[in-house]
Design a protein around this ligand. Structure first.
Ligand code: NAD
Length: 254
């Protein structure tokens, strides 16, 4: 096994409290493309970024119509968790996991078996729809069933407001309670693993700095360089689906 993988394996085995931050890269093996990787949604089609900006979404009915169409065919509906998600379940079972902070909206950590209470969805979830007017939440499937040529942009049945997935778009604030939980978890760990994220979206990426300031070691696992690599004790630049199972194998309980 590669020397740096052995080193991280030792760090994980020695750690008593591990906090994990995941990004889109952990779900690419499940068939959900990331945004900024070589096959990323925005790398291939820069215009798709408009759908993730709340200003365009609110002001442009065409953007909303396209967004509903793309939700109907979202790969999350049929995706299955992969070896990377499963390895993080093993980490939790070993008793080391403080929290699993995820920027992902696909729900795959919970479907893999991570305890829902341990998962902090920093950017929300695509499995629920939310009204921008009154905040009413409904299962996404109910709203997708309403989308048709006659009703390409279904409005809220409570107040008539604009609806979207219960995810955080650019221009929308994160839930302060969610940020507080994430910051607490970053401060409470002795090892912080940042996995499958370009670490370019704040405040999520900044959690690496919070953990290091709190005295934790930082390990970055990502195929491409990130702005936090210099701060990391070790950077593993390889496929998550192979690296995470190697790191979590034979973990003795703590
Ligand atoms: P990103 O697209 O900016 O970066 C993903 C990183 O993962 C890239 O640097 C890429 O090189 C790396 N990567 C991809 N597959 C990998 C693999 N198999 N092994 C190792 N590395 C791999 O993603 P981000 O940093 O999470 O930020 C994107 C934002 O978009 C997030 O806010 C997230 O909410 C959202 N998003 C979520 C999903 C999802 O839920 N699955 C998918 C796309 C985007």
């Amino acid at each position: 096994m590669d020397e740096s993988v052995e080193r991280v394996r030792a760090l994980v085995h020695e750690a008593a409290a591990v906090t994990v931050l995941t990004g889109a890269g952990i779900s690419t093996d499940s068939g959900i493309p990331d945004f900024r990787g070589p096959q990323g949604v925005w790398t291939r089609n820069p215009k798709a970024e408009r759908m993730s900006d709340i200003r365009h979404y609110v002001n442009d009915p065409d953007v909303r119509r396209l967004a509903w169409q793309s939700r109907k065919t979202h790969p999350a509906w049929s995706a299955q968790p992969n070896n990377g998600h499963a390895a993080l379940v093993e980490l939790e079972r070993s008793g080391r996991l403080v929290a699993l902070l995820t920027q992902n909206i696909d729900g795959l950590h919970q479907r893999a078996g991570s305890t829902p209470e341990k998962v902090v969805e920093l950017h929300g979830t695509v499995w629920w729809a939310e009204c921008l007017g009154c905040g009413a939440r409904t299962p996404m499937a109910e709203q997708l069933a309403r989308v048709s040529d006659e009703d390409p942009d279904p409005s809220c049945l409570v107040c008539g407001g604009i609806q979207k997935s219960a995810t955080v778009s650019f221009g929308q604030p994160l839930d302060p309670a969610v940020i507080d939980r994430a910051v607490d978890a970053a401060r409470a760990c002795d090892l912080f693993l940042a996995i499958g994220s370009s670490l370019t979206v704040q405040p999520a990426a900044g959690l690496c700095g919070v953990a290091v300031d709190g005295g934790a070691r930082l390990v970055v696992v990502n195929a491409q360089p990130t702005p936090y690599d210099d701060l990391a004790d070790v950077v593993l630049r390889g496929p998550i689906g192979e690296l995470l199972p190697a790191l979590a194998r034979d973990l003795a309980p703590v």
